[in-house]
Write a new protein. Structure first.
Length: 397
């Protein structure tokens, strides 16, 4: 197993060039090629690449840059306009999903607090995979894309109290009544971080980029964009939020400036390369031996949570749109697992909370759903029609 960081990156890039070119030729999405590279080279297969800070942290910057570029397409007025979907639909989807999966976990004999954390882990969907796929397919501004984005944005906010809750699992006798000392400060810090990023974006970024643009130094402009993205992500991270959420807020603030298109052109090459590394890191998580050893259980968990998440997201969405087809299509998009779910289940496994028999195969099932997500998302309309038994798409989509 190779541990030298530069050698690892070179191997991943070389394999990606070959495999992604091959997947493109056969008509598969490039994301699937990256996932295959990670599965093949990772510690659970050939083992050329080990899990390290390089393969764990560097790929996260791809998600940061993705959310930043999406933020550039949202202005603050537009964000205010969709607040009903974010805080209404998003909250409803998270609460219903967590309640459903926590109840099922508790029926399996898991403690109540651990059950809620497991429920939250399954309720989360992959922001990076879903938004990247919807953007590539020009569906991000369609009804199902917009509603899925609203739910994903709320999930990024909701993960703060769930992470705080998960951090208490190793405390003997932890209960909900003893957790307010960690959950409330974490939530307050998250709100403060959002306020800092929004304030800085509103009053500092426009004059900053005005001066930098007049310098006519391209490298200075590029460095400034990178600094703003990473500074916003860092501010969000130290407050307990995701790196990507801070970057999204910074992009949303810059969307109101006249430099939006220039900034987007600068950041896209970094985004595309680092996103490829992120998908490789996801593929590395799939333990094929664990999958084969407990194939029946993992398959049942995978199909079960995909269906339940689809039904819950579709039912919640139906309250906000008049079309059952659009609601089911949104449910299909939101059915896959996510990176926050992996993080929460990892904490559960490390805490010794007695949920290992359920959490371990569930972790593999979530990773497998992310590996299969390019196929699920690329066929979201077909799956929705199949479930609704529609012979053809509706006249208005």
């Amino acid at each position: 197993m190779i541990a030298q960081p530069l050698t690892q990156v070179l191997i991943m890039l070389a394999a990606s060039v070959f495999v992604v070119a091959l997947t493109r030729r056969v008509g598969w999405p490039p994301m699937l090629g990256y996932l295959i590279v990670g599965m093949a080279l990772g510690p659970h297969a050939i083992g050329l690449i080990s899990e390290s800070s390089t393969t764990r942290e560097l790929p996260q910057l791809g998600v940061v840059f993705l959310l930043f570029t999406l933020g550039l397409e949202f202005s603050l007025p537009r964000m205010v306009a969709v607040r009903r979907e974010v805080f209404g639909l998003g909250a409803l989807q998270v609460l219903l999903s967590v309640a459903a999966f926590a109840t099922l976990a508790h029926l399996f004999g898991v403690s109540l607090v651990a059950s809620v954390v497991i429920g939250a882990a399954v309720a989360m969907s992959s922001t990076a995979i879903i938004l990247h796929q919807l953007t590539d397919r020009a569906e991000i501004n369609r009804t199902h894309g917009r509603l899925a984005f609203s739910m994903l944005l709320f999930q990024d906010l909701a993960v703060v109290p769930f992470l705080a809750l998960a951090s208490q699992l190793d405390r003997v006798g932890a209960t909900f009544f003893s957790l307010e000392s960690s959950v409330l400060p974490a939530t307050a810090g998250a709100v403060l971080a959002v306020g800092v990023v929004l304030a800085a974006g509103r009053w500092l970024l426009r004059p900053l980029f005005h001066e930098i643009a007049h310098s006519r130094l391209r490298e200075l402009f590029t460095m400034s964009v990178l600094f703003v993205v990473l500074a916003a992500a860092w501010t969000s991270y130290i407050a307990g939020l995701s790196l990507a959420l801070g970057a999204f807020l910074a992009g949303m603030m810059l969307a109101e400036t006249e430099y939006r298109h220039q900034i987007d052109a600068v950041i896209r090459p970094f985004r595309d390369i680092l996103l490829g590394l992120f998908f490789i890191s996801v593929g590395m998580l799939l333990d094929v031996r664990e999958l084969l050893g407990q194939f029946a259980l993992i398959s049942a968990l995978l199909l079960g949570f995909l269906f339940i998440k689809l039904v819950i997201a579709a039912a919640a969405t139906r309250l906000f749109v008049g079309s059952t087809f659009k609601a089911v299509r949104t449910g299909v998009v939101m059915s896959v697992g996510g990176e926050f779910g992996i993080a929460l289940l990892t904490i559960v496994l490390e805490s010794g909370a007695g949920a290992e028999r359920l959490a371990q195969p569930l972790l593999v099932a979530i990773v497998l759903s992310m590996v299969l997500s390019p196929l699920i998302l690329a066929n979201n309309a077909r799956i929705a029609r199949l479930l609704l038994r529609e012979a053809r798409p509706p006249t208005v989509i």
